[in-house]
Ligand binder design. Sequence first.
Ligand code: BGC
Length: 465
Amino acid sequence: MPGNTHKSRTSNKVMTLFVCFLAALAGLLFGLDIGVIAGALPFIAKDFNVTSHQQEWIVSSMMFGAAIGAIGSGWMSSRLGRKKSLMAGAILFVIGSLWSAMAPNPELLIAARVVLGLAVGVASYTAPLYLSEIAPEKIRGSMISLYQLMITIGILGAYLSDTAFSYTGNWRWMLGVITIPAILLLIGVFFLPNSPRWLAAKGHFRDAQRVLDRLRDTSEQAKRELDEIRESLKIKQTGWSLFRENSNFRRAVFLGVLLQVMQQFTGMNVIMYYAPKIFEIAGFSNTTEQMWGTVIVGLINVLATFIAIGLVDRWGRKPTLTLGFLVMAVGMGILGTMLHIGIESPGAQYFAVAMLLMFIIGFAMSAGPLIWVLCSEIQPLKGRDFGITVSTTTNWIANMIVGATFLTMLNSLGNANTFWVYAGLNILFIIFTVMLIPETKNVSLEHIERNLMSGKKLRDIGTKE
Ligand code: BGC
């Protein structure tokens, strides 16, 4: 019987890991495209001689594309399947990377970044969905955190490559080099199997069985899983009509939107996109210092994500999030105060950097991965595709607003006030977390769904009794 011998068991494990790694590569590209603009922007600004406002658009055009991409991929991944969606995403990654590297003027650079954004939007919706459908149950939870880890590694990779190219100031290479992992993803996606759950949803049970046979340890396991999929397919996805008819589902969609707004308005991406600029404000006038400072930001972001992976199932979501928002509020608040007083001495400069890093730790240990985890846990099965499309799209719209307003805020409110605004928002999010966010640690998704649909308060939908 296939899958029962020791040899094929091992090769099935290797196959599963390979498949998961390839899908997570989409997370890496998501991170590379988020990270790359920070180091490239100062050189682009000099080369094209653009205003602050145009710079904001160069940054946030990608998020605009991503919001559209996320909306479109809900439809695309259910019609064409997860694999073809990922393929479309990979092709857009290749086109967008090449085009942005060759853009002759700011307008076409903005257009190229919209295309890149479409790719990121498709990846940010499809890759976690595909991972959750293909990964064996035992490692499904850690896959979402792995995906976030890949995003942070992508951001760090982009900062490192930006730094390497910064010595010649060649921003076209910074943007263009991302074509290489994009091509790798495109080649890799060809080897991915279709998602068994999607195949089954389309009525192709035999093909679904074949994929599961290749990925699971034994054929009994594969069969059991297919039976479960068959069972769950009895519940039809009725996103929009459920949203219109059922106020309990509307609450879950609202919660997903709120969670993503909270993640973005922490101000994390202000730092991701404008890190060198912030180092300049903190008194590091030399480009090399700014670039290396940015690399350290990226590295801390990767490392602190491991804190979240360790805490999420032990401490739970709510205390970890509360602590994270508190750490972020303190980091941003002190940074604002220092900018208010004036950062003169080297000691003060390094202290400001320490506060910036403290903020990054606060985000990476909490809102970074946990918001994605919670968003995938709170939607009832019937409306999961719809609910996650809405929350993922919100992530990108909020991301765009943050990216498109930072330089304007600095110019109109001043440096200190801008950072204080973000500190204030993080304090507000502590209150929201306590009042509205459920604790979902150690509770089954079915249980959460039952609580939600029976009308329990949002913050109680994770309670056991
Ligand atoms: C967020 C991104 C952010 C990244 C930073 C992700 O969870 O959605 O907006 O840039 O984390 O690590």
